[in-house]
Design a protein around this ligand. Structure first.
Ligand SMILES: C[S@@+](CC[C@H](N)C(=O)[O-])C[C@H]1O[C@@H](n2cnc3c(N)ncnc32)[C@H](O)[C@@H]1O
Length: 510
């Protein structure tokens, strides 16, 4: 069943891709029209691995959108005549020439998926057409090792995390279907997209053509080899960071497994990336990091500490750990991700291989999150920020950009005038019958959605930051109000005001 997608590689061709894009455009082959066609519930069910609800919703519909939906979104064979009518500019022969399908009798058999992917960035809402290999729903079974992934949860996470900054040159390492390269191309003069998989690069190039993006250069090779001696203003990567045991019977999926032991690939990336950053340049990646218990001569070390030790002291480092899994939870997650469930005979041997591998290194937990490295453009105190963020987040890229700007600002001193960010609210909790709150919380509506407890003096300070009164004026008024010497009050609240600026609760008044 997987043989066709194993051997077929897309054949990008700018003339054919342009014709295909015109057909897709004319058919309104986009997320919203498709969702309207088969309904919200069926659309959501597909994301959970069920295609039946969509098939039932469009049963008997031979129209263009339904035909393209079944063929390209679900990866199911369709009558040749209906496909020919749905893509008149490209034609069935063109689809075959692009390496996306073959013809069997009077049916067009897709060998790839092609889906609309909507995204939101600083420029607003947009949508790409993204081709990738048939997924496990279309294949009805586990994925082949050389599978080229479409846009998944991790791709979306990285896309949200990438800072919306204008740069000259960007690198997307491990581009896969090319989604991150397309995104950064919106803000970069030129992008280099690399991958160790020739098939992935073919998909990425085809996707750039389908979406009319001409500023991406595609290079084959492992890690930083294809860009030896080159530096970039922005490096992004959703690398193959998944920790995989090197044991017989455990598939090494090219799309998620870099072939090294434990989290060595993330370590290698972090140790190598700095040499490829321009002054002020930023690298952003997703990763896993192992916490290890002490064994024999080795002392145990938490994952975030190990990660920090890989970063040169003069670089800024900001790590956001989104979750931490036990070895068992981690193994189960990634075995299931490859399409193997506990009912499959292969599941238990794989689980044992994973747990043995973790035990070998004394792994007690695996952290997941995003890492930001920056080569500072000027001398200053490097940023070292390691945090665990469990709550839901939004506009992370903009929040990271603001956090870096706040760090740079504070290196040169406290701004004279501050203003409370517009998404900040205050909650006061009182014991029944009390007039004074026992807890005051400041809450952030966007970004990292932080909630912090503050005392009355700090709450009053934040409340007075209207962009007109200076920091000095507010502090003096509070010292009088609370009847404490100004130096004492300032020594108490100044570090916490700095933290509020770093966290985006307060911003310099413009
Ligand atoms: C998790 S996928 C990410 C794809 C895409 N960038 C995204 O965000 O959806 C990782 C990609 O890294 C590629 N890869 C695997 N090993 C690599 C290596 N040693 N050097 C560069 N890329 C590699 C895989 O082929 C795959 O396309």
């Amino acid at each position: 069943m997987t043989a066709v997608s194993d051997t077929l590689t897309p054949a990008p061709d700018v003339v054919l891709s342009t014709a295909f894009a015109a057909d897709l455009d004319a058919a309104d082959f986009r997320s919203e029209p498709l969702r309207r066609l088969w309904g919200d519930e069926a659309d959501d069910a597909l994301a959970r691995g069920m295609r039946e609800p969509i098939l039932r919703a469009v049963a008997g519909d031979e129209g263009t959108l339904a035909t393209l939906g079944r063929l390209l979104v679900l990866g199911m064979p369709q009558p040749r005549e209906a496909v020919a009518a749905a893509i008149p500019r490209l034609g069935v022969d063109g689809l075959v020439a692009l390496g996306l399908a073959h013809v069997e009798d009077d049916r067009v058999v897709p060998t790839s998926l092609l889906r609309p992917q909507s995204f939101v960035d600083a420029d607003g809402i947009g949508e790409w057409w993204i081709a990738s290999d048939l997924d496990e729903v279309a294949l009805d079974g586990p994925l082949p090792a050389e599978h080229v992934l479409g846009v998944g949860g991790a791709s979306r996470t990285l896309a949200e995390v990438i800072m919306p900054i204008e740069v000259d040159r960007a690198l997307d390492l491990g581009t896969g279907c090319g989604i991150q390269a397309l995104l950064v191309a919106r803000h970069a003069g030129a992008v280099v997209a690399t991958d160790v998989s020739r098939r992935a690069l073919a998909y990425a190039e085809l996707n750039a053509q389908l979406n009319g993006v001409t500023t991406i250069e595609f290079r084959l090779g492992s890690m930083f080899d294809p860009v030896a001696g080159e530096a970039f203003d922005l490096i992004v990567s959703n690398p193959p960071f998944v920790i995989t045991p090197r044991a017989e019977g455990v598939p090494a999926y090219e799309y998620r497994d870099g072939g090294l032991v434990g989290d060595a690939l993330v370590e290698q990336f972090i140790r190598t990336a700095p040499a490829h950053l321009t002054p002020g340049g930023v690298a952003q990646l997703l990763g896993n990091w192992e916490s290890r218990a002490g064994r024999k001569e080795l002392t145990g070390r938490a994952g975030l500490d190990r990660l920090t030790s890989w970063v040169p002291a003069d670089l800024d480092l900001w790590v956001v750990q989104r979750e931490e899994l036990s070895p068992l939870g981690y193994a189960e997650l990634w075995i299931r991700d490859g399409g193997t469930t506990p009912r499959d005979p292969a599941f238990t041997p794989m689980l044992n291989a994973w747990l043995d591998d973790f035990a070998e290194r004394g792994v007690t937990a695996v952290g997941f999150g995003y890492i930001l490295l920056r080569r500072p453009a000027t001398d200053g105190v490097p940023l070292r920020r390691l945090e665990r963020v469990g709550q839901s987040v939004s506009n992370v890229g903009s929040a990271l950009r603001a956090g870096l700007a706040a760090h740079d600002l504070l290196v040169s001193g406290m701004p004279s005038t501050l203003v409370t960010a517009p998404d900040v609210t205050e909650a006061r909790h009182l014991l029944p019958g009390d007039d004074d709150p026992s807890i005051i919380e400041l809450r952030q509506g966007g970004g990292f959605g932080r909630t912090i407890s503050v005392d009355p003096a700090l709450a009053a300070f934040v409340g007075a930051c209207d962009g007109e009164l200076t920091v000095g004026q507010i502090a003096a008024a509070l010292a009088q109000l609370f009847d404490v010497p100004l130096p004492d009050l300032w020594a108490d609240i100044e570090p916490r005001i700095r933290q509020l600026v770093l966290d985006g609760f307060l911003a310099p008044a413009t």
